[in-house]
Design a protein around this ligand. Structure first.
Ligand SMILES: [Zn+2]
Length: 292
């Protein structure tokens, strides 16, 4: 599905949650509170009849004249998530959907994970017999050096932690294949495509700014998990490692988007998955962004 914004950006869907209680994702947000918001009434992003929120797990693929970048590798197939049944040993038609937008794994020049949580690294590697091998054979996998360091340290102090399965199944295999580049937070990937440090959700979390001189987008990863956080940026995600830093980063990004008019492409936004942000009183509001 083509998304609005610069160059040519496609969403490649892995899976969607059919409906989830708001407080599974957002700390202390009751169904009643969620229902009182605009996003809680917006069928693109929620189920107003039950007060549940919707979440998507997809990659964003940016095609530029100088190369093709795949951002965030979702959960992946055959991965072991013993604590998350919906992600455990799945078999999604993700590569068929990549093919449906006209790309094969060999066409991907760069892969960038905004951070190294299990729902952003999965398709880095696929199971080949009993070995994990890089899914994208020609890609350089770009990872912020600070983010890699954080998870390397975590792995050293808690090697048996089941939350570290994504590290062993989806990050180490691409490091061992020699395809990972540790990059600075402000790294330019391609002309018009650059990282920006956006800490809080994880310490080395990044967003990706894309600008082709006619339009701009920010691939915002998990700075916002759900569009309701446009109107309630103070609603923090359960999965933010440092919620105070995450709030500061979220406010700064919303300011930047309202100022620049860039389209925001969220890693977990359902429906159009693309928003334009505007100021609304002392806060912010959104419009669905669609392709011309
Ligand atoms: Zn995520």
């Amino acid at each position: 599905m083509r998304l609005p914004g610069p160059f040519h950006i496609d969403k490649v869907l892995e899976h969607e949650w059919p409906g989830q209680a708001p407080d599974f994702v957002l700390r202390s947000v009751t169904t009643d509170l969620f229902r009182q918001t605009r996003a809680g009434q917006d069928p693109a992003f929620s189920k107003p009849e039950t007060g549940e929120l919707l979440m998507s797990f997809h990659s964003l693929v940016v095609r530029t004249p100088r190369g093709t970048l795949l951002v965030d590798g979702c959960v992946g197939n055959d991965k072991n998530h013993p604590l998350v049944p919906g992600w455990h040993q799945q078999n999604w038609p993700y590569l068929d959907r990549l093919s449906a937008v006209g790309l094969t794994p060999a066409d991907i020049d760069y892969v960038c994970c905004t951070h190294l949580h299990g729902d952003h690294v999965g398709w880095n590697a696929r199971l080949d017999g009993d070995r994990w091998v890089p899914t994208f054979p020609n890609a350089r996998y770009l990872m912020a050096a600070g983010e890699l360091k954080y998870w390397e340290n975590y792995h050293e102090v808690a090697p048996g932690n089941p939350y570290l399965r994504p590290w062993t199944e989806s990050v180490l295999p691409v490091i061992e294949a020699g395809q990972v580049e540790r990059v600075d937070y402000e790294h330019e990937i391609l002309p018009g495509v650059a990282l920006q440090h956006a800490p809080g959700h994880t310490p080395g979390n990044v967003v990706i700014e894309v600008d082709d001189d006619t339009d701009r987008a920010v691939l915002s990863g998990d700075v916002l998990h759900h569009p309701v956080q446009v109107e309630r940026p103070d609603w923090c995600s359960q999965f933010d490692i440092d919620p105070y830093q995450a709030l500061e980063t979220r406010m700064a990004l919303l300011e930047q988007l309202a100022e620049s008019g860039a389209v925001m492409l969220g890693a977990h936004f359902t429906g159009p998955s693309a928003l334009r942000i505007r100021r609304d009183g002392n806060g912010f509001s959104y419009d669905h962004a669609v392709c011309d």
